[in-house]
Ligand binder design. Structure first.
Ligand code: ADP
Ligand code: MG
Length: 613
């Protein structure tokens, strides 16, 4: 093929790829236009994850009739005049590319009315060509409808993921802007049903409640100064503290398995900046278990001249003139907020200060010393068990080791067995008072609440045991327990092993033993029954290694203390349990090697409904 210049329409389609990657990118561009137009109410409607239809309706300024077609031309913008303006961008848009790009890969209908004009305009484009141009009545504002996205760009269409996945990206986009603009009321509708709505009250906390739920929002504290970040007044570059930080960050009682819930904005623009999110994580140094991350919404405001937003076509990256100063300001603000809001007794103890549903684990925590919040933040890691270092180590039992491996491990039930870890799960409810129903990225998880809790307790106990830190609790009244005559001798020979695991048992004459202390986790258990079961466990099987015997006893402890099938769990309890399970090294099996969960993939569900093939 000889070298030739591509036709404009083809150039446009190629360029569109940079701005319009998937339905969520259309949603993003249209929301940004609505925000730039001063809207206070933005409604986003989607059908089939945005593939069939995306409609964004706003009550902003609208487009003057004389300019409406121009808005869809390339490099057509009302937001930028000169090269100097580029150095001081106050709006989200400025390239004048979005509408043209979107129109080139879909069918677009625009109905708009400028606030100062009596009538409105209706425009319809098909593959970038204007096919309808009429006058029409409507209230001031703009409605942009995008249909059949990528229908004529098969290469793009092929890259779209499932409706569910695309929908997830749209949800993420809308909720991010709702967080960044608490004074704007956002409504998100999927296939005719409202799936998210922010109140537009101007308070970030109100949006947090809608996005993360009331429970989580209650465990987040305000960071920095709202007035300087949310106020529309311009910032002066020369003022001494030209970096303003505002947002909310989770207390250490609330955490997440990855950095995905650290949401960052710079001058009202969502950004993905590894360095900034690291600044947030750094503020939690020693406060969170290794491998756990905070949930945070952090907005940074700097004078426009301090930041270059013109780095990336989708504008997800920014470049600061003084990145270190911004990093330090974010870290300081988050840390300050944590220090101010953490009450010392609630500070993380050696085990876990997290909100646990577990009867027992929290009690365990109180059985150990707790350092004050300030201690933990300000002091370097200490070697002692009560210090922050131990707390960090206990969090993730790295070396569960031989014991763990000696338990039978069936093949993990999930199809994606490559990694044993769990994806983030969304709780749907409880089944038969025994199973937690949760939605994962690609299907349904049915979690056995008892087995899951056994796993959680097991990994905690094993980690403490490895550190020689298994907490023991003395009984107010020692309990005499009589065991079968043939077992007395065996029990007597294993008192030392039991002591190592937190049991203080002494011979009391004949077949009777006196229990003085039990592992702290078991403090409310029926001590006599527990001891008899443990003796029975010790008796089963051949004489085995001490480690195996210890594991057997601890498995019994976990089994007894794990929540039972048949117990109704609150939503918060289910959430806490699943979160704890997510943090486990081997979340998919219980300590006895049985599965903790059953996974039913969407593919299989579709097959069952006859939707495949
Ligand atoms: P940009 O936002 O970079 O200027 P766009 O292609 O997204 O480029 O939009 C082109 C122009 O159309 C904008 O500059 C603005 O004047 C106008 N416009 C687009 N959407 C809206 C809207 N929802 N309300 C008012 N004006 C809009
Ligand atoms: Mg725009």
């Amino acid at each position: 093929m000889p070298i030739h210049i591509l036709p404009d329409a083809l150039v446009a389609r190629i360029a569109a790829g940079e701005v319009v990657e998937r339905p969520a990118s259309v949603v993003k561009e249209l929301i940004e236009n609505a925000i730039d137009a001063g809207a206070t109410d933005i409604r986003v409607e989607c059908a089939e994850g945005g593939r069939r239809l995306i409609r964004v309706t706003d009550n902003g300024s609208g487009i003057p009739a004389a300019e409406a077609t121009l808005a869809f031309a390339h490099h057509a913008t009302s937001k930028l005049n000169s090269a100097e303006d580029l150095a001081e961008i106050h709006t989200l848009g400025f390239r004048g590319e979005a509408l043209a790009s979107i129109a080139s890969v879909s069918q677009v209908t625009c109905i708009t009315r400028h606030a100062a004009e009596a009538g409105g305009t209706l425009l319809r484009f098909d593959g970038g060509r204007l096919i309808t141009h009429e006058r029409i009545g409507r209230a001031p504002g703009t409605t942009l409808t995008v249909e059949h996205l990528f229908a004529r760009v098969p290469a793009r269409l092929k890259f779209l993921k499932s409706t569910q996945t695309e929908r997830g990206h749209i949800d993420g986009t809308v909720t991010r802007y709702a967080l960044a603009y608490p004074h704007i009321r956002f409504t998100l509708v999927h296939d005719g049903r409202v799936s998210f709505q922010s109140p537009g009250s101007g308070h970030l906390r109100d949006v947090l409640v809608e996005v993360y739920g009331a429970d989580a929002a209650a465990q987040m504290v305000e960071v920095g100064d709202a007035s300087r970040v949310l106020s529309p007044a311009p910032m002066a570059s020369d003022s001494e503290s030209f970096i303003a930080v505002y947002g909310y960050a989770s207390l250490p009682t609330l955490d997440h398995a990855n950095r995905g819930k650290i949401t960052l904005f710079v001058n009202g623009r969502p950004v993905q900046d590894a360095k900034l999110s690291y600044a947030v994580v750094q503020a939690y140094h020693t406060l969170l278990m290794t491998g756990r991350y905070p949930i945070a919404v952090i907005m940074v405001r700097v004078p426009p001249a301090e930041v270059d937003v013109n780095v990336h076509p989708a504008k997800a990256e920014v470049r600061f003139r003084d990145a270190d100063a911004v990093f330090a300001a974010v870290q300081r603000a988050v840390r300050r907020a944590l220090l101010d809001n953490m009450t010392p007794p609630e500070a993380p103890t050696m085990l876990s200060g997290r909100t646990d549903l577990v009867e027992g684990t929290s009690r365990l925590a109180s059985a150990t010393e707790s350092a004050s919040a300030t201690d933990i933040i300000e002091r370097p890691a200490q070697p002692s068990l009560t210090g922050s270092a131990a707390w960090e180590r206990v969090g993730i039992p790295k070396q569960v080791g031989a014991l763990e491996r000696s338990t039978p491990q069936p093949a993990p039930p999930a199809p994606t067995a490559a990694r044993n870890s769990l994806p983030a799960l969304r709780i749907l409810g409880q089944l038969a008072e025994s199973y937690i129903l949760a939605e994962g990225p690609e299907g349904l998880y049915l979690i056995d609440q008892h087995a899951a809790h056994e796993r959680v307790l097991w990994e905690r106990l094993m980690a403490q045991h490895e550190l020689g830190a298994l907490a023991s609790q003395h009984l107010l009244d020692p309990v005499p327990v009589t065991v079968p005559a043939e077992s007395a001798h065996l029990l007597e020979s294993q008192l030392d092993l039991l002591r190592n695991l937190g049991f203080e048992v002494e011979p009391f004459g004949g077949n009777t033993f006196l229990v003085r202390a039990v592992p702290a986790l078991m403090i409310q258990d029926d001590v006599a029954t527990a001891l008899r079961e443990i003796v029975a466990d010790l008796e089963t099987g051949d004489a085995v290694l001490r480690k195996d015997l210890e594991a057997r006893v601890l498995r019994r402890v976990c089994k007894r203390m794990a929540i039972k099938a048949g117990r109704v769990l609150s939503f918060a309890e289910m959430q806490a349990l699943v979160r704890d399970l997510e943090a486990c090294e081997s979340p998919r099996t219980c300590p006895h090697g049985r599965p903790t969960m059953i996974y039913v993939g969407l593919k299989q569900i579709e097959k069952e409904f006859g939707r495949l093939g």
